[in-house]
Write a protein that binds this ligand. Structure first.
Ligand SMILES: Nc1nc2c(ncn2[C@@H]2O[C@H](COP(=O)(O)OP(=O)(O)O)[C@@H](O)[C@H]2O)c(=O)[nH]1
Ligand SMILES: [Mg+2]
Length: 316
């Protein structure tokens, strides 16, 4: 039985009760939110009037709202189950080399072809970057008029909305207008995410093109060719940077991790402990930190110490 559950069963002012309920709902969406709301409803005293009746009414209303939202979300998206530390969508005109990139970065087999619309559904694939899994999702042929749902574009835009970041793929041998129309589509749909332009098939063009694309799009750009392993490594690094996450190596008694954990920037020692187990967070008094956020190796810090990318953290 969780801490929150016990709290809700105790008599307490209804204002506090409301706060507890809201805290239980933080971060819960769709079916998960509805399930939690139902559980809360079952735990509430069944008074027909007074503050508890108001709370019941609020919870019931939330169930209904969540149901409507769940349906709307489902209609407008082709669900892509999230996996890994972050989800990055690969967008671009047909033939931009999206499937080839996905294939080069992971072990899955994807159809590629010289003709348009080889791929018709979003294709997710997990790639490991610096020891952490990152999900890449190829968004097939997002074309002009997607916001008006041409080519099933609206569902694809829904997937983009859910992604953490976007890679715009531009074929080095194609005119820039093709990319511009994709950019315009994203703008029209109000999608603003961290974005990187991948100038693909760089083996067929000079690297000066990368700067030109960056200048003309106003975005950072990186050149890549599936035929050049070094460029693929550089692309991986750029993808990690795009996630905006930090990598932290955690050590604590009974926890022997060789792979790092991904945390959001600004995470503290306490957040790191929490990512392992709330028990560890509860007993965490601080840590010994080595790496970019430490003044020296094994620096003893408190639980509020803010971590940085590449830190090694020994919870104490
Ligand atoms: N020379 C070269 N050709 C590539 C590269 N990446 C993809 N291609 C070719 O470009 C065509 C379209 O690639 P594909 O990955 O299917 O594009 P998508 O429609 O964006 O998924 C295929 O014929 C690929 O072989 C690359 O880095 N260099
Ligand atoms: Mg494809």
């Amino acid at each position: 039985m969780s801490f929150e559950r016990k709290v809700i069963a105790m008599p307490m002012p209804h204002r506090t009760q409301m706060q507890v309920i809201k805290r239980r709902l933080v971060g819960k969406e769709g079916g998960e939110r509805i399930k939690e709301l139902r559980a809360i409803l079952a735990e509430l005293p069944g008074y027909k009037s007074g503050p508890y009746a108001d709370i019941r009414k609020w919870v019931t209303g939330q169930i209904e709202e969540s149901r409507v939202r769940k349906k709307a979300v489902h209609r407008d998206s082709i669900a892509v189950r999230r996996e890994g530390a972050a989800q990055i969508a690969l967008v671009g005109p047909p033939n931009a080399g999206k499937s080839s990139l996905l294939q080069a970065l992971s072990s899955i087999q994807i159809k590629t072809g010289d003709y348009a619309f080889t791929t018709t559904r979003p294709v997710p694939s997990v790639t490991r970057i610096h020891g952490l899994p990152v999900q890449l999702v190829e968004i097939p042929g997002l074309i002009e008029g997607a916001t008006e749902d041409r080519g099933g574009g609206r569902a694809l835009l829904g997937v983009l909305r859910g992604a953490d970041a976007i890679v715009l793929c531009h074929d080095a041998t194609a005119p820039l207008e093709a990319l511009r129309s994709v950019q315009a589509e994203l703008e029209a749909a109000g999608i603003e995410k961290r974005t990187l332009v991948a100038v693909t098939k760089l083996d067929e063009a000079g690297s000066a093109l990368v700067d030109e694309v960056a200048r003309k799009t106003g975005l950072s750009a990186i050149g890549v060719s599936v035929l050049d392993d070094e460029s693929l490594e550089g692309f991986r690094d750029a993808l990690w940077e795009l996630t905006g996450l930090i990598r932290v190596y955690l050590r604590s008694p009974g926890l022997d991790e060789t792979e790092p954990r991904a945390l959001v920037p600004g995470s503290t020692v306490l957040d790191a402990a929490q990512s392992v187990h709330h028990q560890l967070a509860a007993t965490c008094a601080g840590a010994r930190v080595s790496g970019p956020s430490a003044k020296f190796d094994q620096q003893r810090v408190g639980r509020d110490h803010v971590l940085a990318d590449g830190d090694t953290v020994e919870i104490v």
